[in-house]
Design a binder for this molecule. Structure first.
Ligand SMILES: Nc1ncnc2c1ncn2[C@@H]1O[C@H](COP(=O)(O)OP(=O)(O)O)[C@@H](O)[C@H]1O
Ligand SMILES: [Mg+2]
Length: 471
């Protein structure tokens, strides 16, 4: 992947800096608009749009990138003055991802992945992993409901795989050759959701510079995935209910009823029945949507799926041109004792993070970020494996240069787990020092300019004590 440049359009200097660090951490090469001559740079992957005065300024920067600049995927700060008009711009519709400030690492990497998968559609080999009892039941339900047009309501905690279930149902249905269109009802400002769903006519509101199709039209003949349906406002729920009942809708600012043939799959992590009691969710809509309810079990209830999930995520990393990572039995053991509040997504993020910190390395329990290590003692790893690990050059692929490693003072604003990040760097440096010192602690301590006792303490903390000679 040579094309890794990312244009940063942001006039707030401190924000620009944090965006630059975060993108660099994720392997991109951020370039601040206006500071560098951009004509010579080739291979742009996307544009971040933050505080910008007006659209002309943005267009100016984009045209400086030459042909294709205008079609680049866009990461737009949710509070950017241009956010509304960029989302409403039909020529960009599917190429924009909103992102909240301050940046959070997890959300940023997810948004970038989402943009990427729109540019390069996810291969059909997308795999739905899980052999545990609960997942076998989910799989059976998917096969049962897929062939019919019934609405499905997927319930479950965040990151438990609801969207993947929706895609799998679509892929197994007779609609598989038609579009699967997803919309996150919670992420789109309420006043824009209606036009996102139903489209709008030219001039329907400020910023509606041309007629635009909504997601219902885009999904015609296929499946519409309404994610985070529990976050939909009551007025929108009324409008949605009408479409589900009559299969007819109108564009915003239009009065011509349009028929639609769309299968609806909705999902939420919220307790909808509780929401009905509180009056924030309509009961009639609930019954429309939940013709076939499907509950995703949280990861902590199906930990036997964990190793297969890890290998699936490694496979995805390699497909993206990144390195994979191995987990030693001690690490897998620790992960199986963890509660996984963020479910499969959290696991996927952890695998990616460890692959960045220890490309091609083997992760032992002691290498895991602290919260995953658990209280139980970690088992020892064979000396040979450790020496191999210490000698392994930390291979940094060109496309995913881990900038933070060279300069630990570069930290994205609120975007990283600082403690874990620094611990990873520290472990890496200690390993290198031990490698150069043939495992003699006193020599390694000299290389690191710390007291021998300090290093011994750190070795104990990171579970590396067994790997070294006394001295
Ligand atoms: N059973 C599974 N097999 C493979 N990947 C999964 C599985 N469940 C979830 N994932 C992955 O975990 C991440 C989060 O899943 P997602 O469907 O977005 O969760 P949710 O919609 O419940 O928040 C995605 O990258 C998805 O591909
Ligand atoms: Mg989701």
């Amino acid at each position: 992947m040579k094309s890794s440049h990312f244009l940063v359009v942001e006039s707030d200097a401190s924000r620009a800096e944090s965006v630059v660090s975060a993108l660099a951490f994720l392997g991109y090469r951020p370039v601040i608009a206006g500071r560098n001559p951009m004509g010579e740079v080739e291979g742009w992957r996307g544009v971040y749009v933050g505080t910008v005065d007006d659209e002309n300024e943005l267009e100016g920067h984009l045209s400086a990138l030459g042909r294709g600049g205008r079609n680049l995927p866009m990461l737009v700060a949710a509070d950017s003055p241009l956010a509304t008009s960029l989302i409403a711009d039909d020529t960009r519709s599917n190429n924009v991802e909103l992102i909240d400030m301050p940046l959070r690492y997890e959300r940023l990497s997810e948004a970038l992945r989402a943009l990427q998968s729109r540019v390069e559609p996810v291969p059909s080999s997308r795999r739905f992993v899980g052999q545990s009892g609960p997942m076998q039941r989910v799989n059976a339900l998917i096969r049962q409901v897929a062939p019919f047009d019934s609405s499905v309501l997927v319930l479950g905690e965040s990151g438990s795989g609801k969207e993947l279930v929706a895609r799998t149902i679509h892929d197994c249905s007779p609609r598989r050759d038609k579009p699967f269109v997803a919309i996150n009802c919670g992420a789109i400002p309420a006043e824009l959701l209606e036009s996102e769903l139903f489209g709008h006519e030219k001039g329907a509101f400020t910023g509606a510079i041309s007629t635009r199709k909504g997601r219902f039209e885009m999904a015609e003949g296929g499946t519409l995935f309404l994610d985070e349906i529990g976050d939909m406002s009551l007025p929108m729920q009324v409008k949605l209910l009408r479409v589900l009942q009559e299969r007819v809708f109108e564009r915003v600012g239009g009065n011509r009823p349009q028929r639609c043939d769309v299968r609806i799959i909705a999902a939420t992590h919220r307790d909808l029945e509780g929401a009905i009691e509180r009056g924030s969710f309509r009961e009639d809509l609930f019954y429309r949507l939940s013709v076939f309810p499907l509950e995703m079990p949280p990861l902590r209830q199906r930990l036997e799926d964990l190793p297969a999930l890890v290998s699936e995520f490694n496979h995805r990393l390699v497909q993206r041109g990144l390195s994979s990572v191995r987990f030693a039995p001690s690490a897998v053991g620790a992960l199986c004792r963890y509660g996984w509040p963020g479910n499969v997504r959290e696991l996927s993020n952890l695998v990616e993070r460890m692959a960045i910190l220890m490309p091609h390395g083997e992760v032992r329990a002691a290498d895991l970020p602290e919260k995953y290590r658990g209280a139980l003692p970690v088992e020892e790893v064979s000396g040979a494996a450790l020496i191999a690990m210490m000698e392994a050059e930390p291979e940094v692929t060109e496309s995913f240069a881990f900038v933070g490693e060279g300069d630990p003072s570069v930290l994205p604003q609120g975007g990283l787990d600082l403690k874990d990040h620094l611990a990873g760097i520290e472990i890496g440096l200690i390993r290198q020092a031990l490698g150069s010192a043939n495992g003699v602690v006193a020599h390694a301590a000299k290389l690191l300019r710390v007291q021998r006792t300090t290093l011994v303490e750190k070795l104990r903390k990171y579970g590396l004590s067994e790997t070294v000679q006394a001295g």
